[in-house]
Design a protein around this ligand. Structure first.
Ligand SMILES: NC(=O)c1ccc[n+]([C@@H]2O[C@H](COP(=O)([O-])OP(=O)(O)OC[C@H]3O[C@@H](n4cnc5c(N)ncnc54)[C@H](OP(=O)(O)O)[C@@H]3O)[C@@H](O)[C@H]2O)c1
Length: 237
């Protein structure tokens, strides 16, 4: 029976991941963390609150969850600012405040969670740390421009995942670190931007979560540090 933790369990995709993990026979417990939102309930779901930007508080929360953690998924992230503005269409709309806020939500929060959980990951068997990124964070794939802060913060997340993977390959040889693109998913985050998306490319959170868990199940330590889409295909950095 594995022990899992999902950070961002109040989000559309995070909540679906928690529900599906909780329904699996091989999962003993799912710790479902949120900064402030509501998370799913269930007999094997343990809710918790976290502030990833408070080192001491985060260490305390992760300590209370305890080891081992076989699967950690970071499903936090933001496309628009807390005041609802963004994403940018042109450079003149870019601000230091927006860059700071989106880098915090999309790159700094996952990095601090990785740092906090590394001591809880088993060293003698497979474990997975997966962070939800976005295809638009691919530098090589960027042909449309726009969404400066979101793209740049997801590119930073991808680099952090690759760098952590290299480090953990030495300390945790069976660890898998992955940045995952969930597809375009019907959640609050994407709601203003779903027009023009073909219906068969607009996933429900449950469809995306199932696809992501299938990808996670197939990843091996040789894949660690990679950037993968919901269908398992590799996305260029
Ligand atoms: N939906 C899509 O089409 C799509 C496409 C590509 C990538 N993604 C990525 O998938 C992930 C999940 O997105 P979603 O669609 O499920 O979004 P969502 O429904 O808006 O959920 C976002 C989650 O992130 C948390 N969060 C936001 N900022 C945070 C911060 N600074 N610290 C801690 N938690 C924070 C929220 O927590 P609170 O409820 O506590 O505020 C919430 O749990 C994101 O990384 C997003 O970039 C989504």
């Amino acid at each position: 029976m594995i022990r899992c933790a999902v950070f961002g369990a109040s989000g559309g995709i995070g909540a679906a991941l928690v529900r599906q993990l909780a329904a699996r026979d091989d999962v003993g417990v799912v710790f479902a963390g949120s900064r402030r939102g509501a998370v799913p309930v269930g007999p094997t779901i343990r809710p918790f609150r976290f502030d990833a930007l408070d080192d001491a508080a985060l260490a305390q929360v992760v300590g209370a969850i305890g080891a081992p953690l076989d699967l950690v998924i970071v499903a936090t992230g933001a496309l628009t600012r807390a005041d609802g503005s963004g994403p940018e269409k042109a450079l003149r709309q870019v601000s230091a405040a927006a860059l700071g806020e989106l880098f915090a939500a999309n790159a700094i929060v996952p990095a601090m969670i990785a740092r906090a959980v590394q001591g809880s990951l088993p060293r003698d068997r497979r474990c997975v740390f997966a962070a939800l990124s976005a295809r638009v964070g691919s530098i090589g794939d960027n042909r449309l421009g726009g969404w400066h802060a979101y793209r740049a913060s997801k590119a930073a997340l991808n680099m952090l995942c690759r760098t952590i993977a290299i480090e953990w390959a030495r300390s945790h040889p069976q660890a898998v670190v992955a940045a995952l693109h969930p597809g375009t998913v019907q959640t609050a985050l994407s709601a203003p931007f779903q027009r023009g998306v073909a219906p068969d490319r607009l996933f429900t959170p449950d469809v995306s979560a199932k696809a992501l868990l299938d990808v996670i199940d197939r990843l091996t330590p040789a894949d660690s540090g990679g950037f993968f889409a919901w269908d398992g295909s590799t996305i260029p950095f």
